[in-house]
Design a protein around this ligand. Sequence first.
Ligand SMILES: NC(=O)c1ccc[n+]([C@@H]2O[C@H](COP(=O)([O-])OP(=O)(O)OC[C@H]3O[C@@H](n4cnc5c(N)ncnc54)[C@H](OP(=O)(O)O)[C@@H]3O)[C@@H](O)[C@H]2O)c1
Length: 292
Amino acid sequence: MKKPASTLGNKNKFLILGCGFSGSFFAKTIRNFGCTVLTSSRSANKDPNSFIFNSEIDVVPDDKIFDGVTHILSCIPPDKNGNDPVLESLQSKLQDLSLEWVGYLSTTGVYGNTAGGWVSEIDQPNPLQKRSLNRLNCETKWIESSLPVQIFRLPGIYGPGRSTFEAIKNQKIRVILKKSQVFSRIHVADITHAIIYLLQNKDNLKFHQIINIADDEPCSQIEVIQYCYDLLGLTMPKPILFETAKDELSPIAQSFWMENRKVSNKLLCKTLGYKLIYKNYKLGLKNCFLNS
Ligand SMILES: NC(=O)c1ccc[n+]([C@@H]2O[C@H](COP(=O)([O-])OP(=O)(O)OC[C@H]3O[C@@H](n4cnc5c(N)ncnc54)[C@H](OP(=O)(O)O)[C@@H]3O)[C@@H](O)[C@H]2O)c1
């Protein structure tokens, strides 16, 4: 007989380290389960549940922030030296706590370029970019930390307030055509709800240390942009060929176009049984359109 799902509730205290786009969506949602949630940012703000953590200037949270913490989610990317800001500044502190779970948001950039082929968690990472190599090193450090860590590899994150609609509105859109190029994506709500699903079913599901969270339908960027223009009732500008556009792109933008892969979500959605809220960009973007 299946054990009942674990409950998340007022006995749980979450620290969200790096409360940016994904972290704040997670914090807001998990509070609805009755959990205590404290969030970090690099500078002071008016949120009474927020504290300052800034590894760049060695500002670490006060000890009392850690009292009774059961769960930690780190959403902080590697620092400019390629190190993990949380492990660099807080590892021994975290090791002294009785943590039930630690989540680390990573990227599917660690898989590198597969010329459009699928990648899954059993594939050997093969980072192409220096930043992805740094990320893989941070993943390794988390695994070696002996903390009860689960790593989530994410493709392009979007959601209300951060999507192609903002790029169109801010006139930052570039409609670039590169034959056979696809990108994977994930709506911010699915990052949060997939993690919550795994936490709630922790006792019933086999533990996997590395899990991709991606939607079902990797596709070209042009399809996504066209869909947004259609929802806005506007005409999409004429596409520019990648070869023509590339010299005007920033080095970071160019590097994204150098990698072509489809991220498999089979482990999360088939093996572990999570049901995506937004299984493709159309459903996800409609949500952004209605909420921005
Ligand atoms: N955006 C994407 O499409 C994407 C795709 C795949 C993976 N990821 C990765 O997934 C994670 C979450 O992404 P996101 O887009 O939600 O992140 P985000 O909005 O950029 O938030 C990052 C957070 O990290 C904090 N931070 C950065 N450097 C720090 C440091 N040295 N010390 C302390 N805090 C620091 C920031 O603090 P402040 O609040 O003070 O700015 C912010 O709260 C990141 O690791 C990101 O690299 C992102």
